[in-house]
Design a protein around this ligand. Structure first.
Ligand SMILES: [Fe+2]
Ligand SMILES: [Fe+2]
Length: 327
């Protein structure tokens, strides 16, 4: 059973390199650490500490995916400080900061689904939420900027990041602040963590799922809870667990896995339930065209409204209104 496997996996030798996304670096500014790319089985220098990322340099390896660049693990703190400095910089505008924040977060959130060391991945991801909240506190246009960068693709880590950004926005409108807002953001970011234990072919399937595949997919809230239950309440609170375990419940009582109804559903999970559906409807999959944000919300309101908390649904409108005003 995977519980036993997970427990065994709690001590890991440190890897020599960690992935960074190249778009998290600001071009034409010297970087304070070496950057590597992988060629064959080897890591070779792409950029040396003190050199700048130039257009020419970017062109040279433009066939490389943005997430196939590496730094030495020992430089992780330097990289983290570099990102924090950029986010605080007076020289960069909110759009540039949003790109740096989103791109630097993606590699971390990807680890939630791919790293064998789930404890470390959860801990690193919590920082992402703190960064988002700080950015939203500092920049009135932060939400709009961040969501404008959404790729609307179906990778679970992209989806998780978008759901957490929407949930932070929705949570603030609904009055969440401080530690509670942070828990909501973390719960939203971890809501699909159980998909680590669903076959990747089912998750990335280019078409509707068969009944058997659906039954596998629908186990992810339980798998997620089992993963989160390995950690104590000070690290993973009950609010975070509820976002994961209850995000597919429906106000009508026809959701899963517990068939909870109405007020039985945790208030934070009600927020994640809506932002999760909203993001799914606005995301492109090969077999359906994505809906525009307003169309998606109207669709939810017309066809699915009974499944959601009415106050949460109303608040979602004000978010979209804000986004529209900002764009
Ligand atoms: Fe889910
Ligand atoms: Fe989801």
């Amino acid at each position: 059973m995977f519980m036993a496997d997970e427990k065994k996996q709690q001590h890991f030798p440190e890897q020599d390199y960690v992935v960074i996304r190249i778009n998290s670096l600001h071009p034409s500014e010297p970087v304070p650490f070496d950057i590597f790319i992988e060629i064959g089985d080897h890591k070779v220098h792409y950029l040396r500490s003190g050199d700048s990322l130039t257009a020419e340099k970017l062109r040279k390896f433009e066939d490389k995916a943005p997430d196939s660049f590496y730094i030495k693990t020992e430089n992780r703190e330097l990289y983290r400080n570099y990102i924090q400095d950029r986010l605080r910089s007076e020289q960069l505008n909110p759009s540039e900061k949003a790109v740096i924040l989103r791109e630097s977060s993606l590699a971390i959130v990807q680890d939630l689904f791919e790293s064998p060391d789930i404890g470390q991945a959860l801990s690193n991801s919590k920082e992402v939420i703190t960064n988002f909240i700080n950015f939203m506190d500092d920049e009135p246009s932060a939400m709009a900027e961040l969501l404008g960068l959404s790729k609307h693709d179906f990778y679970t880590f992209n989806h998780s990041l978008d759901v957490s950004i929407y949930s932070l926005g929705l949570g603030s409108v609904l009055g969440y602040t401080g530690p509670e807002l942070k828990e909501l953001g973390e719960g939203a970011l971890f809501h699909d963590i159980g998909k680590r234990h669903v076959n990747i072919d089912i998750i990335t399937k280019d078409g509707p799922l068969t009944d058997l595949e659906w039954s596998q997919m629908k186990k992810h809230p339980e798998y997620g809870l089992l993963i989160l239950n390995q950690f104590d309440d000070t690290f993973i609170s009950n609010n975070i667990r509820a976002c994961c375990f209850e995000h597919h419940e429906s106000f009508l009582g026809n959701g899963y896995p517990q068939s909870l109804a109405g007020d039985e559903i945790h208030p934070m999970a009600r927020i994640v339930a809506l932002t999760d559906t909203f993001d799914a409807l606005t995301t492109k999959r090969s077999y359906n065209e994505p809906m525009l944000p307003h169309d998606a919300l109207n669709f939810i309101k017309e066809k699915l409204r009974a499944r959601y908390d009415r106050d949460v649904l109303e608040a979602m409108y004000s978010i979209l209104f804000k986004l529209k005003a900002a764009s």
